[in-house]
Structure formats: C-alpha cells, structure tokens
Ligand binder design. Structure first.
Ligand code: ZN
Length: 145
C-alpha cells in the first residue's frame, strides 16, 4: 500500500490509530529528540534540513504498536515522517531487510537503532528537576538525578 502523506492532517485522516501529538508528554518527546541528536535515525536528516524540505520529524515505534510495541523511551526513536511512513508496521529486522532490498544502502540501521535505544533519556520538569528514564523489563522506571 502506498500512501502520500504531506501534512499532519493527511496523516490524521489516513491513520486510524492517530492520537495527535499528545500521546506522549512533551518533555519525553523532546528528551528523545535530544538523545538522537535531532536527526532521523534511519536516513540521518537533521531537524533543520527536514524543516527546509517541509518534512516533519516524528517519533517512531521501533517495535510497532500494532505488534505490541510500547511507548517506552527505548522503543521510540526520532524519525522523519518519510522514513516513519515507509517503515510502517515493519519490525526493526523487517525494515532493515526492506531498506537493503529497496534502496541498496543499509548504512547500519539496525546497529544504530540498537545503540540509540539503549541510551538513557533525561527529562527536565517545569520545576527544573531532572529525571533519568530507564527501562527494566519493559517497565519504565524513573529515578531522580
Ligand atoms: Zn528519515
């Protein structure tokens, strides 16, 4: 299935599971962007480049929600909308295969994913308190630092 997604509005209309930008707290979203260096983990496009090209930067579930993937920081990566859409509901391994077959440029995506998702994420609250989010057996744990 091929979709042409240009805007948030289109995505809203084409994706039944769409929950807007509010399914994740802003702090957590920003912490993930910061962890990933504000770059799409798949193609490497930066936030600034994406903005110039009119591409949205989004969060991708490495293990798709459709397959039980959770909203933990270790299952979320920064991805441009174009890569996020092409990954769709493929698993990490399926996507690596897909990229190898269709674009011929593997570029160590699986390896980058592994590295990124294992990095801790720090979230700063409005009160200035910094919290480290780590995941133990798929359960999110917060510790003050
Ligand atoms: Zn991308």
């Amino acid at each position: 299935m091929k979709m042409n997604i240009e805007t948030d509005q289109d995505l809203k209309m084409t994706s039944p599971g769409w929950q807007g930008m509010n399914w994740i707290r802003k702090n957590k979203r920003i912490a993930i962007y910061v962890r990933d260096g504000h770059k799409c983990i798949y193609c490497g496009i930066t936030k600034a480049q994406a903005k110039r090209r009119g591409v949205l930067i989004t969060l991708d579930h490495v293990e798709p929600r459709e397959l039980g993937g959770c909203n933990s920081v270790h299952n979320l990566v920064t991805a441009c909308l174009s890569c996020n859409t092409s990954k769709g509901d493929k698993t990490r391994d399926e996507y690596v295969e897909y990229v190898k077959n269709t674009h011929g440029k593997h570029k160590g995506i699986a390896c980058r994913l592994e590295k990124q998702t294992s990095l801790p994420v720090y979230v700063k609250s409005a009160a200035g308190r910094v919290t480290k989010i780590s995941v133990v057996k798929n359960t999110e744990r917060r510790e003050r630092v």
